[in-house]
Write a protein that binds this ligand. Structure first.
Ligand code: UDP
Length: 409
């Protein structure tokens, strides 16, 4: 994928702007570190952002830390408690978390001008900062009301960074450094989002054993409690009493998420014997399948009870679908009632909106159309790249120096 391939999607002027912004940053070495190569939104984002930055002349790299089962169990508890669960993590697990980071730090090369560390898993790597480097912590999770013990523990690392990035203003924290707001984004040209002929999308979905004989409700998510798959089944069953429809719950695990299996089993149990409910465990590379499912959906659901941003919402909107999403975290900056979808606060609310939309095909079309345009203006990968370029300008030259961009008026 080349930068110029994005011209038909966002326009030549936007790409030109990126090139102008990148010119003064040519040769800048940027290292990204996270904890999974596959699965989850962060990997999705890095997968495209890093090559695009390279094309713009920035020497961007992406490294992934490794850990054992105890490490990922601890970081999952950390993730859950930062999203609000009252979990006190045992001291020995926290010590192990730090040790694993120290081991990773010994193996990784931190040769870079700017190091961007994603999420809590690799946060303690800050101890490897070298003189003259700028370290940025980017938080992708919903940290509006963190469990204090966990945040206080994590804060000792985060506060050492030069700045941090959150996906929403209300996730910002009391920290001794500048905090930036950057929302995530999707790649319109990736296998997951690229246009698919209708016939191909239908073929893919039918090959999964899902008949396209009734309106299709689709939720794509890791099997995670905060995505509330069981709540989706309950809402679906309430709506189905009045409107014929089918439900697909599809998702896989992420290598850094050990709880997936258990939630998956619960979902299977809940759906047992219902011929209208399809629970699909997807392999990590199922991008085209996800694309096809979203395209064949009549309504896309993302009934999360906590959500950093919710790229699946963006993906559904980009496919011109009305999305019903939990009124939490980043979903609330994507869905605006009656315009780009519907926000819901309960199972009953979700059921009501499913029925409401199924009975109003014209409204579904209208909402889907504005949803797509809203994503085009705000949540495409080119905007994520632009925000990073602006961040780098701010970090490097943000002390009163004015940068004149070549070609600018
Ligand atoms: N995803 C995937 N396979 C799955 C489940 C999800 O590829 O089985 C993708 C999904 O399409 C989206 C991302 O992973 O691009 C999930 O991002 P989101 O922000 O919705 O949630 P997260 O998993 O980061 O909490």
């Amino acid at each position: 994928m080349k930068l110029e391939d994005y011209i038909p999607v966002v326009g030549a002027e936007y790409i030109n702007q990126l090139e102008r912004l990148a010119r003064p940053l040519k040769g800048l070495r940027v290292l990204n570190v996270n904890s999974t190569k596959k699965g989850g939104g962060v990997a999705e984002l890095l997968n495209r952002t890093v090559p695009l930055m390279n094309e713009l002349g920035i020497e961007a790299r992406w490294e992934v830390i490794e850990g054992d089962a105890q490490f990922f169990k601890t970081t999952k508890s950390m993730h859950n408690s930062l999203q609000g669960d009252k979990i006190t993590i045992p001291r020995e697990d926290l010590d192990h978390y730090i040790e694993v980071n120290v081991e990773n730090g010994r193996k990784l090369s931190f040769d870079a001008d700017i190091v961007v560390i994603h999420d809590p898993q690799p946060a303690p790597l800050i101890r490897y900062r070298k003189e003259g480097q700028h370290w940025v912590w980017r938080c992708h999770i919903d940290i509006a009301r963190p469990w204090r013990d966990t945040w206080n523990f994590l804060r000792q690392f985060v506060s050492q960074y030069d700045c941090s990035i959150f996906s929403m203003a209300k996730f910002s924290q009391n920290l001794p450094h500048p905090q930036y707001l950057i929302t995530p984004a999707i790649d319109p040209l990736s296998e997951k989002n690229v246009d698919l002929p209708n016939s191909e999308a239908r073929k893919i979905v039918e090959s999964l054993g899902v008949k396209l004989d009734k309106p299709l409700i689709v939720q794509i998510s890791r099997f995670d409690r905060f995505k509330d798959p069981v709540g989706v089944i309950k809402a679906f069953r309430m709506a189905r009493k009045f409107n014929e429809c089918r439900l697909v719950l599809a998702g896989g695990g992420a290598t850094d998420d050990p709880e997936g299996e258990e939630v998956y089993r619960q979902v299977i149990q809940e759906a047992e014997g219902d011929p209208d409910i399809h629970v699909l465990m997807l392999p990590p590379e199922a991008h085209r399948v996800i694309n096809a499912l979203q395209r064949c959906a009549t309504i896309v659901m993302q009934k999360s009870t906590k959500e950093g941003f919710g790229l699946t919402v963006t993906e559904g909107m980009w496919k011109g679908k009305p999305v019903i999403g939990g009124a939490v975290g980043g979903i609330t900056v994507q869905i605006y009632d009656y315009r780009t979808g519907f926000l819901v606060h309960s199972i009953e609310g979700a059921a009501y909106r499913i029925r409401y939309l199924l009975n109003r095909p014209e409204m579904m079309r209208k909402i889907g159309k504005s949803a797509k345009e809203f994503v085009r203006s705000n949540y495409l990968i080119t905007r994520n790249v632009r925000d990073y370029l602006l961040l780098f300008h701010s970090i490097l030259y943000g002390h009163g120096e004015t940068i004149v961009l070549e070609g600018a008026e």
